[in-house]
Design a protein around this ligand. Structure first.
Ligand SMILES: [Zn+2]
Length: 289
């Protein structure tokens, strides 16, 4: 997708299934089942959308998916499917090689967002993107290298410690502007140092939401918080701020995990905000009767 001279693509790393208790937390089933009805394993689909941005000569990758080091048992547990071949194949279809990537942004360091940072080469873990600087918030790094009983199952050093050895890690202290079109904004809640990506081109605005709201429904209904969020009340406050911003700006929202509504804009419907297809996609959709 092209917005002026800003290029933006979602790049899919596959789809997994997760327990609905994790995805919807305290939300009653009677409410979320109109969005996602769990299957016989009590699981709902979760997609893994990374984002590629080209801006002012920089090639920027946001999040790196689940990588290729899952054991057969982990692949089964995640129920990982990659009909299109995963992140690197998706980048290749856009004409992007691993060497082309200048910056890798990790929204946070949970495994489903950064396991594709590194790969095993001749028995050694090395960065997948050899020239890239990897950008992580300092607070996120602190939590990742000191996991607690609850986060130990998702913070794995193999996904980010090799970046230290090669000098490719840059820790960020808050919001930063990568170019005049791409800004990283700290959006705390899911984790303390979670960051989202704001895109601007002319009057167009975009937001790669990350796990500020895993599914579009979490962005519509700010009180719906996943069970993984470490600061649930802060998640709600963060979403209320960004929901107001997105409504005011008419921003395009890019959801990392929503298999049904990966891209949308807010529209008022029956007294609340609803994520609907953006105007361009809507105009090319078949007429409804
Ligand atoms: Zn996630």
């Amino acid at each position: 997708m092209q917005f002026g001279d800003l290029e933006v693509h979602l790049v899919n790393d596959g789809q997994v299934h997760v327990d609905v208790g994790g995805a919807f937390g305290l939300t009653p089933r009677a409410l979320y089942r109109s969005y996602f009805d769990p299957d016989e394993q009590n699981a709902v689909p979760m997609t893994l959308n990374c984002m590629l941005v080209r801006s002012r000569g920089l090639t920027i990758l946001v999040d790196t998916g689940l990588g290729d080091r899952l054991t057969p048992e982990e692949t089964r547990r995640w129920r990982l499917e990659r009909p299109d071949g995963g992140l690197l194949a998706g980048l290749q279809r856009l004409g992007v090689t691993a060497e082309d990537v200048d910056l890798v942004v990790n929204t946070h360091l949970h495994a489903d967002h950064c396991a594709g940072n590194t790969l095993l080469q001749d028995g050694r873990l090395v960065p997948v993107f050899p020239r890239a600087t990897y950008l992580v918030q300092r607070l996120e790094w602190a939590e990742a290298v000191n996991p607690d009983a609850r986060t130990r199952g998702t913070y794995f050093g193999e996904n980010y410690m090799p970046l230290l050895e090669t000098g490719q890690l840059e820790l960020l202290h808050g919001d930063v502007e990568l170019t005049d079109q791409v800004r990283l904004m700290v959006t705390p809640g899911h984790t303390r140092g979670h960051q989202s990506v704001v895109l601007e081109s002319g009057t167009w605005r975009g937001l790669f939401v990350g796990d500020m709201a895993s599914y579009a429904a979490h962005f519509e209904r700010t009180g719906w918080v996943t069970a993984y969020d470490v600061l649930p009340l802060e998640s709600i406050a963060t979403k209320e701020r960004w929901q107001a911003w997105a409504a005011e700006q008419g921003a395009w929202l890019f959801f990392e995990h929503d298999p049904e509504r990966p891209i949308g804009c807010l529209e008022p419907q029956a007294g609340r905000w609803k994520v609907v297809p953006p105007p361009v996609a809507a105009s090319s959709a078949p007429p409804t009767h």
